[in-house]
Design a protein around this ligand. Structure first.
Ligand code: 5GP
Ligand code: ZN
Length: 116
């Protein structure tokens, strides 16, 4: 757990969140400033600051996040109409929370491209 990290605090139940999925490795919860009718964040429970901190031998972390995003999208009835997955990385990528996360956006056409 990284000190001062809001997503680590959510993982450790030290801060509240509307959790939609949880297992040993992954947590998914609703974004508290949603940009679409459905806006869920899927995170590894382990703290990685961004995609830049994932090594070549950690590909399963990314695969796991993406497959869970797909499953959650299906459970939230987004699969037929579609959805957007997004990973903002670093300052120019619009990343505001330095804990790796995948945005799942859905529920309307012309979903926004979040710019932070
Ligand atoms: P980023 O801009 O880093 O890609 O995305 C961070 C996202 O986390 C934003 O969409 C923001 O609304 C969301 N967020 C920030 N703090 C919290 C929080 O305390 N709880 C929840 N549920 N979402 C948060
Ligand atoms: Zn963290």
């Amino acid at each position: 757990m990284a000190e001062q990290c809001i997503f680590c605090a959510i993982v450790n139940k030290l801060a509240p969140a509307a959790i939609v999925y949880e297992d040993e490795q992954v947590l998914a919860f609703k974004d508290n400033q949603p940009m679409a009718p459905v806006h869920v964040l899927i995170i590894p429970k382990t703290h990685y600051q961004s995609l830049n901190d994932i090594d070549d031998n950690q590909v399963e972390i990314l695969g796991n996040l993406l497959l869970h995003a797909k499953t959650i999208a299906k459970q939230l009835n987004l699969a037929d109409n579609g959805y957007r997955l997004m990973i903002n990385t670093g300052k120019d990528g619009g990343q505001t929370v330095p804990h790796l996360h995948v945005h799942l956006l859905g529920g309307k056409p012309h979903l926004p491209v979040q710019v932070g």
